[in-house]
Design a protein around this ligand. Sequence first.
Ligand code: S3P
Ligand code: PEP
Length: 432
Amino acid sequence: MGQAFSITPARRLSGEIAVAGDKSISHRALMLAALAEGESVIEGLLPGDDPRSTAACLRALGAEISGIDGPSVRVRGVGPGRLHEPADVLDMGNSGTTMRLMLGVLAGQPGLFCTLTGDRSLRSRPMLRVVSPLRQMGARIWGREEGGRAPLAVWGEQLKAIDFVSPVASAQVKSAVLLAGLLAEGLTSVSEPVRSRDHSERMLRAFGAEVLVDGTTAAVRGPARLRAQSLRVPGDISSAAFWLVAGSIVPDSELLLSGVGVNPTRTGILDALTAMGADIAVENRREVCGEPVADLRVRSAPLKACTIGGEWIPRLVDEIPVLAVAACCAAGKTVICDAAELRVKESDRLATMARELGRLGAHIEERPDGLVIEGGHPLVGAGVESHADHRVAMSLAVAGLVAAGTTKIADSDCATVSYPQFYEQLARVRQP
Ligand SMILES: O=C(O)C1=C[C@@H](OP(=O)(O)O)[C@@H](O)[C@H](O)C1
Ligand SMILES: C=C(OP(=O)(O)O)C(=O)O
């Protein structure tokens, strides 16, 4: 059990915040740099536990990675199909993205044997969604529940290209298949019901792969050679989301979030909060290394309820815990639906948010695929738990900014998974 964090209401929030580097883009930058020929330089990489898990695996597979704690990380790649066999089990910690994307990388490295594991949460998360399409490509993967749960073992094979129709809109599934397609002969395609985040497609192109995108189908042509790149990782809109909600619900607040990624496959949080009446300005739009970036200015505003579901969900899937906090402070009944995917994240986020916000006095009902939240009932501080889920911990800290008295969050330091600077930045912008 990690440390507890206690928080009392803030009078206002003000200041400028450089939010942590994007976690999704950080994983991809490390992986593609490790597979490329030559030395890549990555600036703004998230120094969080999850990208560190990716870096540790890639090192064990032969990539040279230096400066991981500094402003620019150097990665000397091994070249396609030339990863080294690791001498030990690859431990992916808490990171679903590391395990699912690395399965795609490893399955196509002929003759390479690897075992993959992670923490208790990761070992309980579904892997068949990635293992099944990879097996269709010829991959040999074993594990608990017929390969459905880690620990997993992979024996690398020469893979064949497939056209995969994914039943879930998942960037991890799409990316795993596309990464496997880099070493398969011909065009490997993935079609999904709704377009998920497209960072892999953008970055594969930047590294020199041929990527084709048509509606909700993305394809890569293999075999592909990747060339080392200089990259800059934008701020993570999923981390910015905590400030967008906090700045909206704490009275008299104004926060400027600089250099945040505003890729349209990720900006559902801006659409949802705007529909709820939030005052968010998107300033200074620009493009950085193939990703749209902007500064976001949020000022407090009275929020109203809205319905969040359908095609919005993949564009804000990680922001639902903090949107639930916004809904507690919004007039009327907010309905979050089509979000059953939240049950297979680091925790069952529908159950954990319903339980913990309920402890603070929220009127919140759990549904099989979402939450119904009757806003406007004042929150009152209490002891709550993160369930070792970084987004739950930080969402509860945001709730603590408006809950009367003291909110004490047990096991709060799991925030380091995606946002190591979170509590320090909170102390800086919080006016007591
Ligand atoms: O590809 C990625 O980087 C991610 C995709 C999403 O997961 P799914 O692919 O399971 O939807 C998201 O929840 C996760 O935090 C990061
Ligand atoms: C679900 C998440 O990450 P992952 O799947 O990589 O563990 C997250 O960061 O909210």
